[in-house]
Design a protein around this ligand. Structure first.
Ligand SMILES: NC(=O)c1ccc[n+]([C@@H]2O[C@H](COP(=O)([O-])OP(=O)(O)OC[C@H]3O[C@@H](n4cnc5c(N)ncnc54)[C@H](OP(=O)(O)O)[C@@H]3O)[C@@H](O)[C@H]2O)c1
Length: 168
């Protein structure tokens, strides 16, 4: 099973501001939806709170240390590794770690693939992507990228990148 990280990061490493996303990029949201639809996503309790609902047509695994936390329609695990082990037991082809910061930190050592949206701006925000700014320094290699320029729906330019790390 492939463990994949899906994240959008500003040039100064920010992924979240005031508990939400620091930008409005509909085509990045569309990319996320297309990628994860029908699949299994792992998120922290904070990201679940920030989304405010379960994303439809996905299996959702939520990480929380609170043994009393539960969400109807999702499974809650007390550690990221337990959620990955459950996903493996289901013989899934891929599982997506979708944030926030502490979930990415737990996922980075295990991840085989990184779907990275580089948002070409410096933004303010309290939540930052852990790990080295350049995925190459974490052993990933860039396998594809596609740049999008600003348009009437997107105030910021961004680039979709896919990075892979061989498990050898
Ligand atoms: N740019 C992006 O691609 C992206 C993606 C996702 C989220 N975000 C942004 O990131 C922010 C939310 O992220 P966050 O970092 O604040 O929160 P988070 O990582 O989603 O959630 C943190 C909570 O998850 C639980 N948790 C996380 N890691 C754990 C572990 N290893 N073991 C056990 N429990 C664990 C804990 O819950 P308990 O407190 O219940 O124990 C912890 O308080 C928001 O602003 C959101 O919009 C951005």
């Amino acid at each position: 099973m492939r463990v994949s990280i899906v994240v959008a990061v500003s040039e100064n490493g920010v992924i979240g501001a005031k508990g939400g996303l620091p930008w409005d990029l509909p085509d990045d949201q569309k990319f996320f939806k297309t990628l994860t639809l029908g699949g299994c996503i792992i998120m922290g309790r904070g990201t679940h709170d920030s989304v405010g609902r379960l994303l439809p047509k996905r299996t959702t695994l939520i990480i929380s240390r609170n043994p009393e936390f539960s969400v109807e329609g999702a499974q809650v695990f007390s550690a990221f590794g337990d959620a990955v082990a459950w996903a493996r037991s289901q013989h899934l082809a891929e599982v997506f770690a979708v944030g926030g910061a502490s979930v990415y930190a737990a996922a980075l050592p295990l991840a085989d693939r990184l779907y990275l949206t580089r948002v070409h701006a410096e933004v303010e925000g309290e939540t930052r992507m852990p790990g080295p700014p350049d995925p190459a320094d974490a052993g990933f290699q860039l396998v594809s990228e596609e740049r999008r320029n600003p348009d009437e729906r997107h105030a910021l330019a961004f680039t979709f990148q896919t990075w892979e790390r061989s498990s050898a």
